[in-house]
Design a protein around this ligand. Structure first.
Ligand code: TYD
Ligand code: MG
Length: 456
């Protein structure tokens, strides 16, 4: 016979959710001081050993066939083709970005055919949701609403309603009766998610969790939350701008780094099928400091406008600002230009911006940054029908990046005629001939300056 289970004492970090058997002054995981608090857990019942099933490696996962396809193309793309049964998907984003709007439209798209959908909110009243629904012209009787904060009640409710999908808005407002701490605390967020996860896995019900994002961009709550769920999507964008990007950062059932692009309109979110055109819509023509770059978001080429402003700074306080790009990368490229081309930038303020509020994180952006900087510094306009794309190394060499043919075709489709690119990337262009694009290969930043700014 096994000894009786004892009450276990556990210390949990209030910042990241790290667990320890003994108290520690500093969390070894996130490095926060004095963040471990005691938590008493009821002893877990010993379920005893159950026989384990084994399966052959060969065979199809029948969940693939049962994906819930939303019919909203941008959403399905990000989800990897629809929602898999039993999957738990976390959608994170800043307050006011449009998460609740997105969920309501998603539920409406899934409604019909006798499918019930359950939307549980812990932050708004039924009246508020109905008002939003009226604005969105969503009027599906199969969408069931409930206001509730207790996960145990939500699990029971899901058992009654038997929905095809459960949406919980937001996970930070939920609590489990079994845990003593306040809703929104790390322990509660983890516990509440874990209940919903068990529900999803045991019944095959897909669950969408909405999550708030903290100032530094992480989903509020324990980091373990992102590890627990099957997929994490970020809904981002500038609140002053109309478009929103839904980005996959984790997906157990599809590829990551996919994006879906939406536009926030008076009557809700509309899909943007042609994002390149949207991001270039307000591009100034014949202005120095602007250049277009075919960037790659997942498998999808999107043209973005890179803008730079270089202007004399007050003595001893040169500013470097990068919006939508990595500031470290900007500092590095500035140093490369000073060293390799001999331009003076230490006494200049430099502002870099990816227009429209989109973020570009790939090395291919380097060439766009360099060209925009030099264009502003020299006060020379880059030909508006030219796109540039490539990585810049510390020696000033211009290096190939992937998917050159795909990028070229997207640029050609939008009417660009010249592609300035790394010489070593030309090999990738075989098969993309006939797109009507003049290719200008460059090997170094010195050569780039020759080609782009001295010939005009
Ligand atoms: P909401 O979905 O409530 O954001 P979240 O759940 O992420 O906090 O939407 C917030 C904003 O969207 C709000 O400021 C108003 C705007 N909005 C529109 O512009 N059009 C619409 O049709 C709707 C419903 C909202
Ligand atoms: Mg909301």
């Amino acid at each position: 016979m096994s000894p009786p289970a004892k009450q276990q004492t556990l210390f949990v970090c209030s910042r990241c959710g790290y667990q320890s058997r003994k108290w520690l002054g500093r969390c070894p995981d996130c490095g926060e001081w004095d963040s471990l608090a005691e938590q008493v857990r009821p002893p877990a019942a010993d379920p005893g050993a159950t026989p384990v099933e084994v399966h052959s490696l060969v065979g199809a996962d029948d969940r693939e066939q049962q994906r819930l396809v939303t019919g909203i193309g941008e959403m399905d793309r990000v989800l990897g083709g629809g929602i898999v049964p039993g999957a738990v998907v976390l959608i994170g984003g800043d307050p006011g970005i449009g998460k609740s709007t997105l969920i309501l439209q998603l539920l409406s798209a899934l409604a019909g055919g006798g499918r019930r959908l359950l939307y549980v909110t812990g932050e708004e009243s039924i009246g508020q949701i109905r008002m939003r629904a009226a604005r969105l012209r969503v009027a599906d009787e199969e969408i069931y609403l409930a206001t509730e904060n207790c996960v145990e009640s939500i699990v029971a409710l899901a058992g009654e309603v038997q929905p095809a999908l459960l949406a919980v808005d937001s996970i930070q407002t939920m609590y489990s009766r079994e845990v003593g701490s306040a809703p929104g605390s790390v322990t509660q967020v983890r516990e509440a998610s874990s209940r919903l996860l068990t529900l999803a896995k045991s019944t095959g019900l897909p669950v969408l969790l909405i999550g708030h994002v903290t100032k530094d961009g992480a989903i509020a709550g324990p980091r373990v939350l992102e590890h627990m769920v099957d997929a994490v999507l970020y809904f981002e964008g500038d609140r002053g701008q109309v478009f929103r990007i839904l980005r996959t950062v984790k997906n157990r059932f599809g590829s990551t780094n996919e994006i879906g692009v939406f536009e926030m309109k008076e009557s809700g979110l509309a899909e943007v099928a042609n994002p390149s055109a949207l991001f270039l819509a307000e591009r100034p023509v014949n202005v120095p400091g602007s250049v277009v770059l075919p960037s790659l978001e997942g498998t999808r080429p999107i043209l973005v406008e890179v803008q730079a402003l270089v202007s004399p700074s007050s003595p001893g306080s040169a500013r470097r600002t990068a919006i939508g790009a990595d500031p470290q990368r900007l500092a590095l490229l500035t140093a490369v230009l000073e060293k390799k081309i001999g331009v003076t930038l230490f006494d200049q303020d430099i502002f870099l911006n990816i227009a429209g509020g989109i973020r570009v994180d790939e090395p291919a952006l380097d060439l766009g940054v360099v060209v925009a900087l030099l264009s502003s510094l020299f006060e020379k306009v880059v030909d508006p029908a030219t796109v540039v794309c490539g990585e810049v190394g510390l020696a000033g060499e211009i290096r190939a990046v992937g998917q050159m043919a795909l990028r070229l075709r997207e640029a050609a489709r939008l009417g660009f005629t010249t592609f300035l690119m790394p010489e070593s990337g030309q090999r990738q262009l075989e098969g993309a001939a006939g797109a009507g694009m003049r290719v200008v290969p460059v090997r170094t930043v010195q050569e780039l300056v020759e080609r782009l700014f001295h010939s005009t």
